[in-house]
Ligand binder design. Sequence first.
Ligand code: 5GP
Ligand code: ZN
Length: 111
Amino acid sequence: MSECLFCRIVAGEIPSTVLRETDQTVAFRDVAPQAPVHVLVVPRRHLTDVADLTSDAGLLHAVVSEAAEVARDEGLDGGWRLTFNTGADAGQTVFHVHAHVLGGTAMGRLA
Ligand code: 5GP
Ligand code: ZN
């Protein structure tokens, strides 16, 4: 059994609220939402972070495309944010790459 939390969610070993699945990706709600809509999109394949994900252009495209589909499905017409926390200084806590789709409210700028 994998010790990676998101590998276990992808495998269905840990329950989550799954919104979308493809052969390459899974999108599920964050357990501790930081915005009215807070969804995580992960590749099924274990890669550590977005820098690692750039090694597979097709998979990177699949993750970002699914994030856009989530935003559409959730009705985030006013805008949304896509965040890849990368490394400890950025606050990454789960080292299986995931895109945060955040929206449903006006958000302060970070950059
Ligand atoms: P990071 O801090 O690594 O960018 O993001 C990890 C995210 O995973 C956090 O927003 C956290 O709330 C979420 N998370 C942690 N454990 C679980 C879990 O068991 N289920 C779900 N759905 N989200 C989780
Ligand atoms: Zn993993």
